[in-house]
Design a protein around this ligand. Structure first.
Ligand code: CTP
Length: 401
């Protein structure tokens, strides 16, 4: 369930800190990797050595440690994780979080992170019900911090009431639920094509186009983030590999088609690659030389259409096949025609005429053409287009169940 998930566990001060040791085991049993930050208060109750032995990783304690910072800066530490988990979360650390204080490694990581944070509060009942704590909790809830517990029960201090930390198993369940909710496409398979293709003329020359691969790579990343098992078949690009995708690099249109067919079955296919329409009929095996008798004539053959092939696949057609239409005029009309010609479900039409800076640029203006009509999206970054498309795909696949 938590396979491949990276959790940064922050252990703050409190008698319940001893339960963090069992939590490390429960999370690792479910497949997560756990890296620990121990506050000064936490170290009064558990030792760095026991956390390190159970997590099989280094334990971070000091904001100003030269060796720690050289290995892994505190910003990086907080961003490398998929979830920050504060167990136990004392009244003090919750107050610091609510007020944005950052006076040690734990609170600095919590302030610097761009990831979700989950806390398991543990404190005396009076501290829990105190107006100051309740105000801090309200602030944190409003900011989207996730809570697990506390429960009601006998406390180490001899009192009874709310403030008792949730049990390690329940915290591990809450972590599993969190990832399940944030991965609505888990169990789904996605196939994305991206980038240009290169069609060889001879061993040193090829036909290519200006596609950067930005849009296709961003779509693959967005689908993978939603939990889909994502295969990205990419032509030659300078884009970094998106996290968590199964990357297949190809050069030519025919290689791209073969890789796509191999990646089936899939629930959704998004063809964002700018596939070369033609290739040279016979690739020269040796470098072509200037002969002095004039320029060569290249005879061209049409490449297979990957989008049309996937849309027509007899037994393996993905439930949702999506293509792009790069047009310079009559954008929506041409896209509608392309949708029926290629047999796909949706076409994302974009204007690539000179001056729009869409090809190779960072922004895109999309018109989503489907059987239901046309949706005009405002101009937005290619990353935002990817997020919006991934949300629409999630809705569509969910609706089909
Ligand atoms: N496409 C494909 N295989 C091809 C050509 C295009 O999979 N051999 C896909 C692209 O990935 C895109 C869609 O088809 O999703 C439309 O691409 P586009 O270049 O706009 O259309 P073409 O089919 O090339 O038509 P034309 O050049 O005539 O506009």
């Amino acid at each position: 369930m938590l396979h491949g998930k990276r959790i940064l566990l922050i252990v703050s001060g409190g008698i319940a800190a001893y339960k963090s040791l069992e939590l490390v085991r429960r999370l690792r049993e479910r497949g997560a990797s756990v890296r620990c930050v121990l506050t000064r208060g936490g170290a009064q109750f558990v030792t760095p050595l026991s956390l390190s032995a159970l997590s099989e990783d280094k334990v971070y304690t000091d904001l100003f440690s030269l060796t720690d910072e050289a290995e892994m800066g505190h910003i990086q530490l907080s961003r490398d994780a998929d979830l920050l988990l504060v167990v136990p979360a004392s009244a003090d650390i919750l107050a610091k979080m609510a007020h944005g204080q950052a006076d040690d490694l734990a609170t600095t990581a919590l302030l610097a992170t761009d990831k979700d944070v989950m806390v398991a509060p543990a404190m005396n009942v009076r501290m829990w019900t105190h107006a100051a704590t309740q105000a801090n909790l309200a602030t944190l809830r409003e900011r989207g911090v996730h809570f697990v517990g506390p429960t009601e029960g006998d406390m180490a201090c001899g009192e009874f009431g709310p403030g008792r930390m949730a049990e390690p198993n329940d915290i591990a369940d809450a972590v599993s639920d969190f990832f399940e909710d944030s991965a609505p496409l888990s169990g789904r398979r996605a196939l994305v094509t991206s980038g240009p293709t290169h069609e060889a003329i001879d061993p040193v020359r090829y036909i290519a186009n200006r596609s950067s691969g930005k849009q296709g790579h961003a779509i693959a990343a967005a689908l993978a983030r939603r939990g889909a098992h994502t295969t990205l078949v990419a032509g030659p690009t300078n884009q970094p590999d998106p996290a968590g995708v199964n990357m297949i690099r190809v050069e030519s249109a025919r290689e791209m088609l073969a890789a796509c067919e191999k990646a089936l079955p899939a629930d959704v296919a998004v063809c964002a690659a700018a596939v070369a329409d033609w290739r040279v009929t016979t690739e020269a095996t040796e470098k072509m030389k200037k002969s002095g008798t004039g320029v060569p004539t290249l005879e061209m053959t049409e490449n297979p259409d990957i989008l049309a092939t996937l849309s027509a696949a007899a037994n393996t057609r993905p439930a949702l096949v999506i293509g792009f239409a790069a047009e310079t005029e009559n954008v929506v009309e041409y896209a509608q025609a392309k949708r029926s010609k290629k047999g796909c479900d949706w076409i994302l039409a974009n204007d690539v005429s000179p001056g729009t800076d869409t090809f190779g640029g960072t922004d895109n203006t999309i018109h989503l053409v489907s059987a239901d009509g046309i949706e005009d999206w405002p101009r937005m970054s290619k990353t935002d287009v990817a997020e919006r498309l991934a949300d629409r795909i999630t809705e569509q696949l969910g609706a089909g169940e």
